[in-house]
Design a binder for this molecule. Structure first.
Ligand SMILES: *[C@@H]1O[C@H](CO)[C@@H](O)[C@H](O)[C@H]1NC(C)=O
Ligand SMILES: *[C@@H]1O[C@H](CO)[C@@H](O)[C@H](O)[C@H]1NC(C)=O
Ligand SMILES: *[C@@H]1O[C@H](CO)[C@@H](O)[C@H](O)[C@H]1NC(C)=O
Ligand SMILES: *[C@@H]1O[C@H](CO)[C@@H](O)[C@H](O)[C@H]1NC(C)=O
Ligand SMILES: *[C@@H]1O[C@H](CO)[C@@H](O)[C@H](O)[C@H]1NC(C)=O
Length: 306
């Protein structure tokens, strides 16, 4: 009888050991993927920091800019701060922040665009007293997402002026036409060239957030973002952000394969071909910081005649 118990004990012990071994194995499998991603994140942050340092863009004493504080959405439940960059999947992020703030476990697709844009429930960092702003920035997980600067610009143009967004396709469009059409014929769409001329002649500080440089919207040299996501690696980056802040399984960011991107690399190239050398140079100057801080290259091949 004793013998039998001994055997059972050894059997159970072996089982438990095997179970432990398997779980270690599963764990390392997960961390391999995790490690690659963490390394990529570290590379992005290091590269950004060294450019900020070499260009003297960081400052220790400077107060947080009011315009930047308005771009930052805060969720206290999950201790999460998201910098809004329009044209980089920002409505989906705002929907997530809204669900988290309301503590609702619902699919993101159930929240409508209208609910996100009209809601008073989304809290911006600018609505907190400045002492608390600094505390939140020090303790919460801070996230920003970027996209190739010129693809973002083309995407903004197409959305606002060709898909007839209210205000942009009327008020802003008329302002652009009045400025850049010599014949004062105000019919027809604003062309991409007219739009670019308009963007490059404005003072950057007052540019519309849809085409203001991402580095100015989110001030990454002074706000040390924990995660630098990219539109180019959106699905991967989003899923890591959500697991980092321990968002419930039921709240999921829509899979990018489920919707077609309206603006891609080929479409961007087509629009850029319409520009002359002077316009390209001015755009490069405007978005210079975005290109260098977020490691984007200007590789769009163009057949241009100078
Ligand atoms: C910058 O981009 C290049 C080309 O896409 C890539 O090979 C490199 O790893 C990137 N560097 C950082 C720091 O992300
Ligand atoms: C960096 O900028 C600050 C003020 O913006 C200036 O006082 C300082 O000398 C600069 N440092 C370098 C190394 O350029
Ligand atoms: C959110 O709701 C869950 C139950 O659905 C509850 O356990 C949790 O405490 C709530 N969190 C907050 C911050 O209200
Ligand atoms: C204004 O331009 C549109 C197309 O851009 C053209 O069809 C129309 O005839 C022009 N109107 C005048 C008054 O020139
Ligand atoms: C304006 O652009 C839209 C979208 O590309 C197009 O359908 C429409 O015909 C254009 N309007 C004119 C007057 O060219």
């Amino acid at each position: 009888m004793n013998h039998w118990l001994e055997k059972l004990f050894i059997f159970l012990l072996l089982g438990a050991l095997l179970e432990i071994l398997f779980s270690i194995h599963r764990h390392t499998e997960m961390t391999d993927h995790e490690k690659d991603w963490l390394k990529m994140q570290k590379d992005r942050r290091d590269s950004l920091d060294s450019i900020c340092l070499s260009k003297n863009f960081s400052s220790l004493e400077r107060k947080l800019d009011g315009d930047v504080a308005r771009q930052l959405f805060v969720d206290e439940n999950y201790k999460f701060i998201y910098c809004e960059v329009p044209k980089v999947g920002c409505s989906n992020w705002k929907k997530i922040v809204l669900l988290l703030t309301l503590n609702l476990s619902r699919p993101v697709s159930e929240v409508t665009e209208d609910q996100v844009h009209k809601t008073e429930l989304l809290k911006r960092l600018s609505s907190y007293p400045s002492k608390q702003q600094a505390e939140l920035l020090n303790s919460f997980t801070k996230v920003m997402f970027t996209r190739h600067p010129l693809e973002r610009l083309v995407s903004a143009y197409r959305d606002k002026f060709l898909h007839l967004a209210p205000y942009y396709s009327t008020t802003v469009a008329n302002e652009i036409k009045a400025l850049f059409r010599k014949n004062k014929n105000l019919t027809g769409n604003v062309t991409f060239q007219e739009f670019v001329n308009f963007v490059v002649t404005r003072n950057t500080k007052y540019l519309d957030i849809h085409w203001k440089p991402m580095s100015q919207l989110c001030d990454p040299c002074n706000i040390h973002y924990d995660i630098l996501g990219k539109y180019e690696t959106l699905d991967q980056d989003v899923s890591h952000v959500l697991s980092r802040i321990r968002v419930p399984e039921s709240i999921r960011y829509p899979d990018s394969k489920l919707y077609t991107k309206r603006t891609n690399k080929d479409i961007t190239t087509q629009y850029l071909k319409e520009l002359n050398w002077d316009q390209i140079q001015k755009l490069m100057k405007l978005y210079q910081m975005d290109f260098s801080l977020f490691n984007y290259s200007f590789t769009v091949r163009m057949e241009m005649s100078f």
